[in-house]
Design a protein. Structure first.
Length: 391
């Protein structure tokens, strides 16, 4: 294993009714609150009123910032940062999924710096501080509730980039699985695809076996897939919803890649331009990109594909190594079939995208290669993968 540092300063409060402790946690950080959320869903489900009751309980002054989009945009985050400055906010409370939490992290940075917010996402600047953040997760998928990453789309340029900083770890995260029971099956499927991609990225790109990390990834992947299949039959199954919520928090918070040699995130590198330019759900974009990437890279990652097939997809008849190409293709097609079973697209055509600007996608992916330190992809490689993704 490589040397590494790993931390998770976020306090997790998990379980039914856990939001009753929100006021107590807010009062530790201040009285002036910026409340960030999406549209009206949290109001329809009664979550919004629960949050307001907790804020009222501790006499908090509240500034609201609704309207976060599923792919959160820079201009809206800038508006939120201005509200936070004008209101002299002490703490941000993000109520929603990864998009709401990601934008809230951007607001937390923007409220504390005079420089353009996008400069932090371009990695021109590093955050020097940020407002404290409390997350109330209602749509698990991205692990934003337990990590130090924020992703925004620049709605002026179409670029979808990220910032990483220990300043933007949530101080406290509330995970009540009952908040997720009403998530529609299709959106649940997109969330599971996102979670699985977080597990799969390092698993496929690492340079050798790492028994501890491999075991964690394999066990969590199987649990996610089982939970999704249970939810297809019984959308209100609380145990399965709880499994998704807990796995979603851990899949992308750094633990599963800690010390893993060679682990990188090429599928996210390729998907971010796709959802940035065409506004497809992130999970849907990943279920399109991953089969194309596996097909293009199958000879380089053959042993990991076989291991994935045996230990995660349950294909026990696969040879241990040196399998013919048809066996690698069989694993990829089994994954594709599972994606289709849960209702996520596996090609751009299946997602209703028939015309794509390959050059623009490639240009953004190459910029992400530079920003993220992924050096093994040429423009030709990237274009070939996008062509495979067309279907």
């Amino acid at each position: 294993m490589l040397n590494f540092e790993w931390e998770t300063p976020t306090k997790i409060i998990f379980g039914q009714g856990c939001l009753s402790r929100l006021g107590e946690e807010i009062s530790r950080l201040g009285r002036k609150v910026l409340l960030v959320y999406g549209k009206n869903r949290i109001k329809e489900l009664g979550i919004y009123q629960q949050v307001l009751d907790q804020l009222k309980k501790v006499s908090a002054e509240v500034v609201e910032h609704p309207g976060v989009k599923p792919n959160p945009i820079l201009s809206h985050a800038e508006e939120g940062a201005q509200k936070a400055r004008d209101g002299k906010v002490d703490v941000i409370v993000a109520v929603g999924g990864g998009s709401v939490i990601d934008e809230s992290k951007g607001i937390a940075i923007g409220a504390c710096h005079p420089e353009p917010l996008w400069d932090f996402y371009l990695r021109k600047l590093l955050p020097r501080q940020a407002l404290p953040l409390i997350a109330v997760q209602t749509f698990p998928a991205t692990s934003s509730e337990l990590n130090q990453v924020s992703v925004l789309t620049n709605d002026r340029t179409g670029e979808k980039f990220s910032v990483r900083s220990p300043w933007i770890f949530p101080r406290v995260t509330f995970l009540d699985p009952t908040f997720t029971i009403h998530i529609p099956i299709q959106q649940t499927a997109y969330a599971v695809t996102d979670m699985l991609s977080h597990l799969m990225e390092g698993y496929f790109t690492q340079t050798r076996d790492f028994p501890v990390q491999d075991g964690l990834v394999e066990g969590m992947s199987r649990a996610l897939m089982r939970a999704m299949e249970t939810i297809l039959k019984d959308p209100t199954n609380l145990d399965a919803r709880s499994d998704l919520m807990w796995a979603g928090a851990w899949a992308w918070n750094g633990l599963l890649k800690a010390g893993v040699e060679g682990a990188s995130i090429p599928n996210h590198m390729l998907e971010h331009p796709l959802s940035g330019l065409y506004d497809v759900p992130h999970g849907a974009g990943l279920s399109i990109i991953i089969p194309a990437w596996l097909t293009y890279k199958k000879h380089q990652v053959a042993s990991r594909i076989l291991k994935f097939g045996r230990n995660i997809l349950g294909m026990t008849d696969l040879p241990p190594k040196d399998a013919p190409v048809k066996e690698l293709d069989r694993v990829i097609q089994t994954l594709v079939s599972w994606y289709r079973k849960i209702g996520t697209p596996t090609t751009l055509k299946e997602a209703g995208i028939y015309t794509v600007d390959i050059e623009k996608l490639t240009s953004q992916a190459l910029e992400l290669c530079r920003l993220w330190g992924i050096s093994s992809y040429s423009a030709n490689d990237i274009q070939a993968i996008y062509q495979l993704a067309r279907g």
